[in-house]
Design a protein around this ligand. Sequence first.
Ligand SMILES: *Cc1c(COP(=O)(O)O)cnc(C)c1O
Length: 452
Amino acid sequence: MEKRTFEPPVIKRLNAGMPSKFGMTPRIEPMPEVEGLKVSELLKEFGSPLYVLSERTLRNTYRDAYQAFSTRYPKVQLAWSYKTNYLAAVCNAFHQEGAWAEVVSGFEYHKALKNGVPPQYIIFNGPSKTYEDLLLATRNGSLIHIDHFDELYMLLEVSDEAGTKPKVAIRVNMDTGIYPRWDRFGFNYDNGEAWEAINRIMLSGKMDLAGLHTHIGTYILTPQAYRIAASKLADLAVNTERKYGHVIRYIDMGGGFASKNTLKGAYVPGTDSAPSFDDYADAITGALVNSAIKPEHLPLLILETGRALIDDAGYLLGTVIANKRLASGRRALITDVGVNLLFTSFWYEHQIVPAENSSQHTEDTTIYGPLCMNIDVLRAAIDFPLLKKGDTFVIKRIGAYNMTQWLQFIEYRPNVLMIDTDGKPHIIRKREDLDYMTRQEVLPEHLKNAGL
Ligand SMILES: *Cc1c(COP(=O)(O)O)cnc(C)c1O
């Protein structure tokens, strides 16, 4: 007979079946399959933990977003925000759907080129472009979004050296009623700085002012803020045309649409509070069509939506390493998924569900990762079924930012799998190993061996 494990007795309140604050029973639906493939078999074949991306969800989400805007406005273009997830397979799936590339560093710019994106379809954002970056982007005819006056002045020099006019937009920040206000990127609208940047560009004669750009923040729950932002950009476009007879060809509203994840401390779950693409599209296109921009000069509307396009397509699969009863009597679970792989757990209360049917009995639990670090907490408090060592689970909506902001810390990063639209799995990034980890290290001669 198998020896039963002994757990010291604790006194705790049973809360099985207690309704949540919304009057719902706390039933947690297991998720035995992702895209028709069994979680247990995926983990057996590709190792645990495992990132899984659904190509079908990715493409469907893109089409939903595009449709919401293109049914309301004649000229719409999406540009995939590389920093949200720059795995080449992800980028190319979006590019195949028609998305341009939106990059914020020299590294990302080169990655877009390597993915085969024609340079004129790359939008180069960010505060830290180098002279060499700007020169290359100018010669390539990419769209350069100027962040500050020092960059504007550098670009004047670049323009002289390149012998061709850089195609530019200015990034504009503004009061949209969202606080804290993001005023560290771009030129301020409300104090006249953005208008001054436009005047300096136009008077220099050395740049082609193609567009106007803003990115008002991220996880914005109020579409109304976009309406304000779009009308302020439209004002700048109208004034530019009035003063210089120069037509602004595009307005880029950036990213920032909320995904359906739940922010820590939020009362209402993200699935209920996140506006739809239609809500955002109403606000933005409404502001543009109601503006004083002449109908024949209606600009191309560009969107750089990141998290809202990819979050739902990503899953993180993992395995329970151990069960633990903390000194306080609290139940704790140690898993092989840590904050190193789930950076967004610092902001989100990620939805975690068992892969297999588990007991109906739930208990208030803290879920830890495998790191030997106190900060490694996936969920500080979650009403969770009693899983055993070796049981598997699925974390939902993790497609955005985790595969770029992941930390190489203590553990290797695992395989990333994409399941294509026919249900076939492909490894799109291989698990790291010691060779990968040490490839960039250089040992000085006198430290070649440990010498013990
Ligand atoms: C990060 C970023 C995006 C994408 O933002 P989301 O909030 O993920 O939609 C778009 N544009 C710029 C300039 C960014 O920095």
